[in-house]
Write a protein that binds this ligand. Structure first.
Ligand SMILES: Nc1ncnc2c1ncn2[C@@H]1O[C@H](COP(=O)(O)OP(=O)(O)O)[C@@H](O)[C@H]1O
Ligand SMILES: [Mg+2]
Length: 277
């Protein structure tokens, strides 16, 4: 898009607000324009603009501390829970400004769900973990309807067959990979439109990771997904779009295959070829 004349390893070039690649989608589910994020005086995100394409997976990659989690948390106002954190810019979910004063962050987080690095089931039964959000949001009228939501959510999360005979047992008794799928089922139970995942497989073994990656591929048919990952192999396997972050800035975004085979920016190339990060 922009023909930047970049010197190798010249970080000052990042002061530019332009990024290379294609940051705008034809079918945007979320559109972020000129987002800045501050922790107190310190700026963690600098003027980031990008779209999340509907029913596709967007991977956010970049060295540790570059602002991936901070940016992800902007998308469902999880940063609101951090006192010193301040977000500016325009962040839209369809036609809704998610930072509008009259927008309820609790309802927003049902529409834009989040799955964390470490599986964090509640100290409750498998059933109650999944039923939790549906109960809070009053999504059902009776037990039969709630049972149905729990079952279909566990099915969509690829967990139902493994737990159907022990729904009353604690969620914390499951394996790590099963706990993460339980957390995905809990997120799905409130019918989100977008699912944010912050390194969802980084605490899991390779087999559990492969199951989660397959699941992400299936989930994109119903949901729009943004995933932070430190694994470039994972980004390449699960995503259609990749955004490369560096020191709080978006360096480059594009089709995943393009980012990994012919990055336009030297910083991206250095990262994906393992020269730093
Ligand atoms: N709660 C917080 N309070 C203050 N600074 C934070 C907080 N969370 C993250 N940061 C800072 O913001 C920057 C980006 O961090 P983070 O979003 O966690 O990066 P990443 O997820 O890419 O590793 C880092 O400099 C980090 O120290
Ligand atoms: Mg992080």
């Amino acid at each position: 898009m922009n023909n930047l004349n970049i010197k190798e390893n010249d970080l000052s070039e990042l002061a530019l607000t332009e990024t290379v690649g294609n940051i705008y989608a034809d079918n945007a589910k979320m559109s972020i324009r000129n987002a800045d994020v501050y922790y107190g005086e310190k700026q963690a995100i600098h003027n980031i603009s990008l779209d999340l394409a509907q029913h596709q997976v967007t991977a956010l990659i970049g060295p540790s501390g570059c602002g991936k989690s901070t940016f992800l948390r902007c998308l469902n106002r999880m940063n609101d829970t951090i006192d010193i954190c301040r977000v500016t810019g325009q962040l839209m979910l369809d036609n809704d400004d998610i930072y509008a004063k009259d927008l309820d962050p609790v309802l927003l987080r049902a529409r834009v769900g989040m799955v964390f690095q470490k599986p964090n089931p509640f100290p409750k039964s498998i059933y109650d973990n999944v039923a939790y959000g549906a109960r809070i949001h009053g999504l059902t009228n009776n037990k039969t309807e709630l049972d149905e939501i729990v079952e279909t959510s566990l099915q969509k999360a690829g967990l139902f067959n493994e737990v159907k005979d022990r729904l009353k047992e604690p969620g914390t008794g499951l394996s790590g990979g099963q706990q993460q799928r339980l957390c995905i089922a809990r997120t799905i139970a409130v019918s989100p439109e977008v699912i944010l995942m912050d390194e969802p497989a980084s605490a899991l073994d390779p087999i559990a990771t492969a199951i989660i990656e397959e699941l992400i591929d299936e989930l994109k048919e119903k949901y729009t997904i943004a995933i932070v990952t430190h694994s470039m192999q994972q980004a390449a396997r699960v995503s259609q779009h990749t955004a490369y972050f560096h020191m709080g800035k978006l360096v480059e975004m594009g089709k995943t295959e393009d980012i990994f085979t012919r990055p336009e920016h030297k910083l991206t190339e250095n990262y994906i070829t393992g020269r730093f990060g």
